[in-house]
Ligand binder design. Sequence first.
Ligand SMILES: C=CC1=C(C)c2cc3[nH]c(cc4nc(cc5[nH]c(cc1n2)c(C)c5CCC(=O)O)C(CCC(=O)O)=C4C)c(C)c3C=C
Ligand SMILES: [Fe+2]
Ligand SMILES: [Fe+2]
Length: 345
Amino acid sequence: MSRFSGITDNPHKERFNQKTGILLTNLGSPDEPSTKAVRVYLSEFLSDPRIVEIPRLVWMIILHGIILRIRPKRSAKLYKSIWTENGSPLTHITRLQRDKLSALLKQQGYENTEVVMSMRYGNPSIESGLEELREKGFTRIVVLPLYPQYSSPTIGSTFDAVSNVLRKWRWVPELHFINGYHKNTTYIDALANSISEDLKKNGTPQKLVFSYHGMPKLFLDNGDPYYCLCLQTTRLVIEKLTLDKELQLDKENVISTFQSRFGKAEWLKPYTDATLQGLPEQGIKDIAIISPAFSADCLETLEEIEGENREIFEEAGGEKYRYIAALNDRDDHIEAMLDVLKPNL
Ligand SMILES: C=CC1=C(C)c2cc3[nH]c(cc4nc(cc5[nH]c(cc1n2)c(C)c5CCC(=O)O)C(CCC(=O)O)=C4C)c(C)c3C=C
Ligand SMILES: [Fe+2]
Ligand SMILES: [Fe+2]
């Protein structure tokens, strides 16, 4: 058998008509919230050298000897608490995003396009998404990882997965890979709109917290730009929000923090949980919190921000705690996706 695969049952000339296939990707979830399915998922996830940068042999012993024996049970319980009749929120919301983006593209006259979704870990896999586009005759592919801020563990890892598939194809497609969009004005506007709507409805809180998914500090020290891109995102959104005097938002009352720490090493600081715990004793008992690194609500927002962190804040004496949902399938979010894609369509 050849080491390179190809489609053989179609005349090539039909495939010269360049149609643009769009591959939307996100992180992925287990197939179901059971210990067994979570173990399969975490095994793939935590074996990725972009996620854990400990020498391979040492890490494989720790991962298989300890972590995968303990964590799946605990994580499955957390996944159960957010699971819906449509399955994992992250996967379901990505499906909605795919369908809405597809409709918007048609509505705007981009007829020769199709949107497919894939997950970096679990299903539907990156391989199945690329394969679907190839079978449908797309020889031009735009990959849009749905992470606004570039980081090696997310977008870098998505690139690895895409290239691992394409390196086995005989006819490599024209490929456009989007490596983040945190400065895109339509994206910043969408974030500002969602915050502004909440503040106008529920009042301006004493503190507005931007909580980003964290990563080991060593990644930053070794050149990962994610930390800076997160702080820049906060700044751009606040610049926009402070223009609206009705909101009475002072930039001194906005903080950026980092959540979801995993393992014992130092991660990006300030930590979300420790920050929230300390606010009430400073007299700050009314906060709103948003997580701009997540383009869809998921375990890390629905359980960690809505559940765990709310509890930490309230137990420390906090009184008002509002989580402002991820942009999910909001119209302005889908418009932002189109705006990011436009130069490549
Ligand atoms: C172990 C290191 C991890 C790094 C580094 C990391 C970076 C990172 N992750 C996201 C987005 C998501 N992460 C999610 C879950 C999740 N993340 C880690 C670990 C790291 N993430 C774990 C072990 C898990 C699984 C859940 C658990 O067992 O606790 C999710 C949610 C998935 C879902 O199904 O809902 C997202 C989304 C970003 C943006 C990021 C950037 C630095
Ligand atoms: Fe993560
Ligand atoms: Fe978490």
